[in-house]
Design a protein around this ligand. Structure first.
Ligand code: UDP
Length: 234
């Protein structure tokens, strides 16, 4: 298999790291995801990863809490995931650096765009934690932002569903899966593939997104090699 992209931004939702429990980190699951990431790295693909935090905490579902503080907690959750993913990759012998949008220098490098690009050029996987560093944003928006900054060819959005549907496939057995979509359609139809901030950022910066299921982690390699899996939004 030949990679189709030189530099990718992989978005891993927090949920994808949780395994069957549905919360926290399941290291067997993380290791299964990291195998194909290593394979892509060995193919010479430069890989940045933005991790979500929903397996620990989501600011928007925090009840009466002050939203900003709740989002701070969410960003810290993404930092925990970033460290977990980095450790799993290191266990597989992959060179990794973690950079966080909120400075925590004892734990990780601060996010510095040029330094991130340098790591990528050297073949190191860079895991980006703390989302954008700002409350009221999502890690999908962080993925769009980092992809634009590092000049990634594509965002690979690994999720728990195998693409984008016209309605929720879990509740509607007749839900139809889209093969391809435009960002304008995503925004107009209010499709739940990503929030509107992330979608408009990708549209404005011409960054395509491949949305696919991580239940089979080999899908990461398939997507990198240009196989049409899931839904392509461009
Ligand atoms: N978050 C934030 N700013 C960001 C990214 C994330 O405040 O730029 C917080 C927010 O509270 C969010 C949580 O971190 O709910 C976890 O991120 P997200 O919900 O995007 O994770 P995922 O659903 O991908 O696991």
């Amino acid at each position: 298999m030949q990679p189709q992209y030189k530099r990718i931004l992989l978005k891993l939702s927090g949920e994808s790291l949780a395994g069957k429990e549905g919360h926290g980190i399941d290291f067997d699951t993380v290791m299964k995801i990291c195998g194909p990431i290593k394979a892509c790295s060995l193919m010479g693909v430069q890989i940045g990863i933005v991790v979500g935090g929903g397996n620990f905490w989501r600011g928007r579902s925090s009840g009466k809490m002050d939203r900003t503080r709740a989002d701070h907690m969410g960003m810290l959750a993404t930092a925990i995931n970033a460290l977990g993913v980095a450790d799993a990759l290191e266990q597989l012998g992959v060179q990794v650096r973690v950079q966080t949008a909120i400075t925590m220098q004892q734990i990780a490098e601060p996010y510095i765009r040029n330094r991130a690009v340098r790591h990528l050029e050297k073949g190191r996987v860079v895991v980006f934690g703390c989302g954008t560093g700002n409350p009221f944003f999502s890690t999908d928006t962080a993925a769009a932002l980092r992809a634009a900054e590092i000049d990634a060819d594509v965002i690979l959005k690994a999720t728990m569903v195998d693409g984008v549907y016209d309605s929720d496939p879990k509740t509607n057995p007749n839900a139809k899966k889209y093969e391809t979509l435009s960002f304008t359609e995503v925004l107009d139809k209010n499709l739940k593939v990503m929030d509107s901030t992330a979608a408009s950022m990708c549209r404005d910066n011409h960054i395509p997104i491949c949305v696919f299921s991580i239940e089979d982690p080999e899908n990461i390699e398939r997507a990198v090699c240009g196989e049409h899996i899931g839904t392509i939004v461009k």
